[in-house]
Design a protein around this ligand. Structure first.
Ligand code: SF4
Length: 490
């Protein structure tokens, strides 16, 4: 302590109020454009300020009783002699935002088969051809995985069936749903089920089962017919037709709100974002998630992941988001899901559970993956990396390891420690920190370590561009602001 004292002033030196002067609370700032800065605090409240205002604030020369002073005070950027509950209030808001960390793990992914009837070039799961039964999950593996599910403290769990094509192993889906409901009679968790499927194998029997058990379907739809079939080739070249027929049939039986779709952006998608969104609209969908390709699995083997850079992808995203706003202006409520998650991080006291926008990383504590063979991975991306031969983020096996072995493994704890944005180089100073997250597998795959060098990171660059664009819309376009705020969940 005496050694520290030589370099640093004692804590009390920072806590002494000078009568009549305000004290700054922890905050960060980042440039929005040439003239403005986004000033944020630990709980994600923000003010957009000019450079003179920012200088005034940090020099503690903001005049009392002016609007700017009141804005800073009400949003917890400063306290003064009258603000005796402000720090407690700030702490309460921080606890509310961080609450989900104590309620891990909400999302449990069951990879019930690696087999697939498609041969997508960008496939991120390194599928097997559809006759290799050795790549199916067994009942024994499913039972062990369910034990892990019910050890999770989270009062709400979502079990998502993935592949390959999970409907190629529908008997195990049926088994897991029945078993989970039976086990839950003693746990009383709120359980949801989702099947992520290309819909080509959808039958009336499967739909009846989904209806009976309130199961949602999530599919892949990359846009109009030629683009979808180019991105997602299937023997017979009828992938689009089967997907669209499946969506319509599932919507009719389960309801529109039970059927969602995801798209992936390939090089061929870049000039066609409006057509892609129009395809979603034509099917009565109310949302789209404009997603870039991830550098894993077949996307790397076929080099699809490297065919466009972040700048080109952002132009695609911006055009798409602007089109989504235009659709809303015309009276049709339609959501872009990535923007919606960020907007919720900015304006909702609860934030979002989206794995890539968490600090520490959501791996294992937001989502966990049980592979067909019982291996456990920290995230879906970690499994994709393993399929490429790198098992750095394998956490263990449902067959050989206990829940404690897995959740308290060095891989989980070291990665969580290494992904607290508040302590990461560049992130710790970034004004967007409260809205951002970390993606250890992405940074490991692209830069060789889980922390990553943010100045050259595609993840950081993409998020920075989106944050700046959203704040510009919020500040400069009242109609866009109204629409974006309508996406905040109560
Ligand atoms: S990844 Fe980039 S945008 Fe996100 S908090 Fe870190 S520095 Fe900011």
């Amino acid at each position: 302590m005496s050694g520290l004292g030589k370099k640093f002033r004692l804590p009390e030196a920072f806590d002494q109020a000078v009568p009549g002067e305000y004290r700054m609370l922890p905050c960060r700032f980042v440039s929005l454009d040439d003239n403005r800065y986004v000033l944020t605090n630990e709980v994600g409240e923000y003010l957009v300020v000019t450079r003179p205002q920012l200088e005034q604030f940090v020099r503690k020369t903001v005049p009392f009783h002016g609007d700017f002073y009141h804005d800073l005070k009400s949003k917890h950027f400063l306290i003064d002699d009258d603000s005796n509950v402000a720090v407690d209030l700030l702490a309460l808001k921080y606890r509310t935002k961080a609450q989900r960390i104590s309620q891990f793990t909400a999302l449990h992914l069951f990879v019930v088969s690696l087999r697939c009837d498609y041969t997508c070039q960008y496939c991120q799961v390194s599928r097997q051809t559809d006759d290799k039964l050795a790549y199916d999950m067994s009942q024994e593996t499913a039972d062990r995985a369910l034990e892990f599910v019910f050890r999770s403290p989270s009062p709400a769990v979502k079990i998502e069936f993935q592949g390959g094509e999970p409907l190629l192993n529908f008997p195990i889906i049926r088994y897991v749903v029945d078993q989970a409901k039976r086990i839950n009679e003693n746990h009383d968790k709120y359980i949801q089920f989702v099947i992520t499927t290309n819909l080509s194998l959808l039958t009336d029997e499967i739909l009846s089962f989904c209806l009976a058990h309130d199961i949602c379907l999530s599919t892949s739809l990359d846009g109009p017919q030629d683009l979808h079939n180019l991105n997602r080739p299937r023997p017979g070249r009828n992938g689009y037709q089967l997907t669209v027929e499946g969506i319509k049939k599932a919507q009719a039986v389960l309801g529109r709100d039970k059927v969602g779709a995801l798209m992936t952006t390939t090089e061929a998608s870049l000039p066609r974002v409006r057509e892609i969104i129009d395809t979603y609209l034509s099917l009565g969908m109310d949302a789209i998630f404009l997603r870039a390709l991830s550098p894993y699995g077949f996307a790397v083997k076929t080099r699809q992941a490297y065919k466009y850079d972040v700048d080109r992808w952002f132009e695609f995203y911006k055009e798409g988001l602007n089109y989504v706003l235009e659709i809303n202006r015309q009276g049709y409520p339609f959501v872009e899901l990535y923007a919606s998650m960020i907007i919720n991080k900015i304006f909702s006291p609860f934030g979002t559970g989206y794995v890539d926008l968490q600090s520490p990383s959501g791996m294992a504590i937001s989502a966990i993956v049980y592979n067909y063979d019982g291996d456990i991975y920290a995230s879906d991306e970690a499994r994709m990396l393993a399929e490429m031969g790198d098992k750095s983020f394998r956490l263990g096996s449902v067959h050989h390891d206990s829940y404690e072995d897995v959740i308290l493994s060095d891989t989980v704890l070291d990665t969580l420690e290494a992904t607290l944005s508040e302590s990461l180089p560049m992130c710790n100073d970034c004004g967007f920190l409260s809205y951002c997250g970390t993606d250890p597998v992405y940074h490991y795959a692209t830069q060789g370590d889980a922390v990553g060098h943010k100045a050259t990171s595609g993840f950081c660059s993409k998020n920075m561009k989106i944050f700046r664009y959203l704040f510009t819309l919020l500040e400069d376009d009242p109609e866009a602001r109204r629409i974006l705020l309508s996406w905040v969940r109560p």
